[in-house]
Design a binder for this molecule. Structure first.
Ligand code: ADE
Ligand code: ZN
Length: 341
């Protein structure tokens, strides 16, 4: 019996692996693996409160979003030079290649770095160089989404938007992340209005820790094209109907949600319920170095704990391409590959 279930699990693993996939919710700072954190700390002479990889992994016990963010922002302090951002991004692209992720839309948080005296140019140039190399050497296409830290002021977000304008060609969209409670979408309405005027596409984290009103707020005040997380939409039946009828995608991050106690266990996660209600839900890794897995690990968790079947797997993967910022021709190309794979 045990042998049989291991065989079935391996079959599903192979199916997940074989499908070309797309990732839409990934913080590049959240891909900083402990080994690289220690290496960069040593190179850049940054004192870390950890002596080795084991100590870092032990520290990664979170009770909620804020307890994670405190550790995540501290970890990002090892990123100083352009080559650090390039290396970080390149290491993530190697993970994509391993998981057969063929397109990725990554967030970066400029304010996490500019607040420490790192130039905006240093950050975006390092990320951009790695993404170009990823396309040339690994065939992975990408988009960049600049996220504003919502615990900071709208004025600071506006200044960050202005700093990004010379790099508009490298940045497709803007987003909103960090501490959700007490920082509702409407706080950033003017910033998003200006971003839209300048031609950026918009997304926002909402309904991760904040309630369903944060999701409707992001749609109505910020005019977002996708909601990041959004799992608390389940608390508002009419909002769920709206998300389904308007086909507004949710970039869901199962392992993250369990680590940050949005759900107490993977068995309680609602992603497949939302999928079966016709919402455009997608599977993503959020901050994989902190939450225990990249995209394929997230899919595998849905199989192991929620009995995801092959039809649901395929639909989730198709949803990601559909919800991406790729053009129609590229979307159709990949969706056809998923359907025939
Ligand atoms: N920044 C990085 N990961 C985040 C998450 N899951 N929610 C809000 N802000 C974040
Ligand atoms: Zn996130």
């Amino acid at each position: 019996m045990e042998k049989l279930s291991a065989d079935i699990k391996n079959k599903m693993k192979t199916k997940i692996q074989k499908l070309p996939k797309c990732e839409l919710h990934l913080h590049i700072e959240g891909t900083l693996e402990p080994e690289l954190m220690l290496e960069l700390a040593q190179k850049n002479h940054i004192d870390l409160p950890y002596s080795d990889v084991e100590a870092i992994r032990i520290a990664y016990q979170f009770n909620n979003l804020q307890s994670f963010l405190d550790i995540y922002y501290a970890g990002a302090e090892v990123l100083i030079e352009e080559s650090d951002f390039e290396r970080l991004t390149w290491e993530y692209l190697l993970k994509c290649h391993k998981d057969n992720v063929v397109h990725t839309e990554i967030f970066f948080d400029p304010q996490t770095h500019t607040s420490r005296g790192i130039n905006f140019t240093t950050v975006i140039t390092g990320i951009h160089k790695a993404l170009k190399r990823g396309e040339a050497e690994l065939g992975i296409t990408s988009k960049v989404i600049m996220s504003f830290l919502r615990h900071l002021s709208a004025e600071e977000a506006m200044q960050t938007l202005e700093a990004a304008l010379p790099y508009k060609e490298w940045i497709t969209g803007v987003g909103l992340d960090s501490s959700e409670y007490g920082n509702p979408p409407e706080k950033f309405q003017a910033v998003f209005d200006r971003a839209i005027e300048k031609g950026f596409l918009c997304v926002a984290h909402a309904g991760e820790e904040g309630d369903a009103s944060y999701i409707s707020g992001a749609i109505d005040f910020l005019h977002v094209q996708r909601i990041d997380h959004g799992v608390r939409c389940i608390e508002d039946e009419s909002l769920m109907k709206r998300l389904a009828s308007e086909q507004i995608p949710l970039t869901v991050c199962p392992l993250s949600n369990v680590k940050l106690k949005v759900f107490q266990s993977m068995q309680e996660h609602n992603i497949l319920k939302l999928l079966d209600k016709g919402l455009v839900v997608t599977v993503n890794s959020d901050d994989p170095a902190y939450f225990g897995g990249y995209v394929n690990d997230n899919f595998l968790a849905l199989y192991e704990f929620l009995d995801m079947n092959e039809r649901q797997l395929r639909q989730l993967v198709i949803n990601s391409f559909k919800a991406s910022f790729l053009d129609k021709k590229q979307k159709d190309f990949w969706i056809e590959k998923v359907n025939s794979g």
